[in-house]
Design a protein around this ligand. Structure first.
Ligand code: NAD
Ligand code: MG
Length: 383
């Protein structure tokens, strides 16, 4: 039996993970399940998966969770400190699926206990790349990428030396607005943006896919996970989302990982690593699909990947500022307060208004994140 904690259990990645765990429930002991504020859903999951502890980040919702779980023997807790304490409990595997920089401190807590962390929470790695990878080395933790592209690259690198890599290519679906004109993009609504053609995901990452910030964040994520240098990382748009990414070696061989667009495939690869497990996913039927296409990204209509590449080149605190400004802008867009194409404008404006010093600890990264958010909000109010 292996033990697992799932941070962000009520989300899209959390649900896909628990779906796989439910199919082999005897093989797993659940340590912690966490969520932001949805007490009813967290209680439902806790009753099904019987964790040691269920934690809500939003402390005001704790009484509801307590009431739903009284007499079950499942511990309950609320607030940020409780979330970090739960993430620090020893577990063989921690599935980090909180959305946004809010997941950073819990991810660090999990890394510091030296176990295996399956990371979906890309914003944590974007904001704290150096600090987080240094902690992985210091505490002897293992980082497994859940993000489908990075999981694909991880699989394509297995059995090879990273020094032999000529190029890594991240595939991008292009999102729901891939073929839209600049004028159409300016009028895009939140409802249209969250309707992804291939993947069923949380609202924030769906908007990121529509703006291509998702691919920008993933470029920075890849930069930290696979140290081949930024100039060897490229992006190709592949609307069918079948090829999840590729690694080209010096001899001209390109290895790709293919699969259905179902997050349970990369999640299963992390759950079973270094072995394999069954999933209920529909097998690929390439003949039925017929055609796979590839095209260059259009950075005029979708400037996000250019901004992310520049942020990665600048390094230091700049990727954390990019991420924070994007989180603020996406929240404003989802709330109907910011136009779709203003998201990238807003990130660019925040990046050009100041440049904080490179953070060297978790506390400093969180401070950069806080200040960047407040600058981003200020800019938005004064726009
Ligand atoms: P989601 O919005 O569906 O779920 C997010 C989870 O985080 C929920 O459990 C929520 O309760 C929790 N949460 C939100 N804010 C929090 C806070 N302030 N403190 C503590 N917990 C909080 O998101 P998702 O689509 O599952 O994505 C989760 C992460 O995985 C993101 O970083 C995303 O980029 C990444 N990811 C998702 C997918 C996907 O298919 N959904 C694919 C690749 C990577
Ligand atoms: Mg991805």
């Amino acid at each position: 039996m292996r033990s697992i904690s799932i941070l962000g259990a009520t989300g899209s990645v959390g649900a896909s993970t628990l779906d796989l765990i439910a199919r082999e429930q005897d093989a797993w002991r659940v340590v912690a399940l966490t969520a932001n504020g949805n007490a009813a859903e967290l209680a439902r999951l806790a009753l099904q998966f019987r964790p040691e502890i269920a934690v809500l980040a939003d402390e005001t919702r704790l009484p509801e969770l307590r009431e739903l779980l009284t007499g079950t023997g499942i511990e309950t807790a609320g607030g940020e400190a409780a979330l970090i304490e739960a993430a620090a409990r020893p577990a063989d595997l921690t599935l980090a699926a909180i959305v946004g920089c809010a997941g950073l401190a819990p991810v660090m807590a999990a890394i510091e206990q030296g176990g295996t962390v399956a990371l979906a929470n890309k914003e944590a790695l974007v904001s704290a790349g150096e600090v987080l990878t240094a902690a992985v080395a210091k505490y002897g933790a293992t980082l497994l990428p859940v993000d489908s592209e990075h999981n694909a690259i991880f699989q394509c690198l297995a059995g090879n030396q990273i020094s032999q890599v000529r190029k890594i290519t991240l595939t991008a679906s292009g999102g729901p607005f891939r073929t839209w004109s600049a004028a159409q993009l300016a009028a895009a609504t939140p409802a249209q943006a969250v309707k992804h053609p291939n993947w069923d995901m949380g609202a924030k990452i769906s908007v990121d896919s529509a703006t291509m910030f998702n691919k920008g964040l993933e470029l920075i994520e890849a930069f930290h996970l696979f140290p081949v240098g930024l100039e060897r990382l490229s992006i190709v748009v592949h609307p069918q989302s079948v090829v999840h990414s590729m690694v080209e070696y010096r001899d001209g061989s390109t290895l790709a990982q293919l699969g259905p667009s179902d997050m349970r495939v990369p999640i299963a690869s992390c759950l079973a690593w270094p072995r394999r497990m069954d999933t209920p996913c529909e097998p690929l039927d390439l003949a039925a699909m017929g055609t796979l296409t590839f095209e260059h990204p259009d950075e005029d209509r979708f400037p996000a990947t250019r901004l992310a590449r520049q942020a990665a080149e600048a390094g230091g605190a700049i990727p954390a500022v990019l991420n924070a400004a994007n989180e603020v802008a996406v929240a404003a867009f989802l709330a109907g307060r910011l136009g779709f194409t203003r998201i990238a404008d807003h990130v660019e404006a925040t990046l050009s208004c100041y440049a904080p010093a490179a953070p060297s600890s978790l506390a400093e990264v969180l401070e950069v994140d806080r200040e960047a958010r407040s600058r981003a909000r200020e800019l938005m109010e004064n726009a």
